[in-house]
Design a protein around this ligand. Structure first.
Ligand code: HEC
Length: 140
C-alpha cells in the first residue's frame, strides 16, 4: 500500500529534524564551565577556606588526604561527597567539566602551598579550637 504524501512528508521532517535536535540541545544545555577559583569562593571556601588551607573542612593543599589525592579520588569526593563527615555532594551542582577544572585547581593550589606561596591564615582571635586530643583557646 503506497504511503500518502502528507505522511511521507512528516517522516522526512522527522528524519531531517532529529540529527539537528541533539546538537541544539548540547549547545543550549551545557554552559561554559565556571572558573574554578570562583566556584571555590561560592561553594567551598566556607568550609575549606578561601585558599583551601582548611577550616571546618580539612585542608585540600597539604599532604594529608582521608580519601586519596589522585585526580579520580578528588573528583569522587567532590561529586559524591562524604555525607557521614559533612562533605556535601556536588555532582548535581557542578558539571563534569567544572569538576575536572576544580581538580586541576586543587592540584595547582597544593603545588603553590608546597612552594610556600600560600600561607595558612591565622585563626580569628578568641576562637576556640577543638582537635581530637584537646580543646584550647588562642590568646594574642
Ligand atoms: C559544609 C562544609 C563543606 C563544604 C561546603 C565543602 N566541603 Fe569538602 N569536605 C568537608 C568535610 C567536613 C570533609 C572531610 C570529609 C572526610 O574526610 O570524610 C571534606 C572533604 C573534602 C575532600 C576530600 C579530602 C580528603 O582528605 O580526602 C575534597 C576533595 C573536598 N572536600 C572538596 C571540596 C570542594 C571542591 C568543595 C566545593 C565545591 C567542598 N569540598 C565543599 C566539608 C565541606
Amino acid at each position: 500500500m503506497p504511503t500518502s504524501p502528507p505522511r511521507s512528508l512528516s517522516r522526512l521532517i522527522v528524519l531531517l529534524g532529529l540529527p539537528a535536535l541533539p546538537v541544539g540541545l548540547i549547545a543550549a544545555d551545557v554552559p561554559a564551565p565556571r572558573d574554578p577559583a570562583r566556584i571555590v569562593t561560592l561553594l567551598c571556601a566556607n568550609c575549606h577556606g578561601s585558599t583551601l588551607t582548611g577550616g571546618a573542612g580539612p585542608s585540600l593543599v597539604d599532604s594529608y588526604w582521608n580519601h586519596g589525592n589522585t585526580s579520580e579520588n578528588i573528583a569522587r569526593s567532590i561529586r559524591s561527597g562524604w555525607p557521614l563527615s559533612r562533605m556535601p555532594p556536588f555532582g548535581r551542582t557542578l558539571s563534569e567539566a567544572e569538576i575536572d577544572r576544580l581538580v586541576a585547581y586543587i592540584h595547582h593550589q597544593g603545588e603553590e602551598f608546597a612552594l610556600g606561596n600560600i600561607k595558612i591564615p591565622p585563626p580569628p582571635p578568641d576562637q576556640t579550637i577543638t582537635s581530637e586530643k584537646a580543646t584550647f583557646r588562642l590568646e594574642s
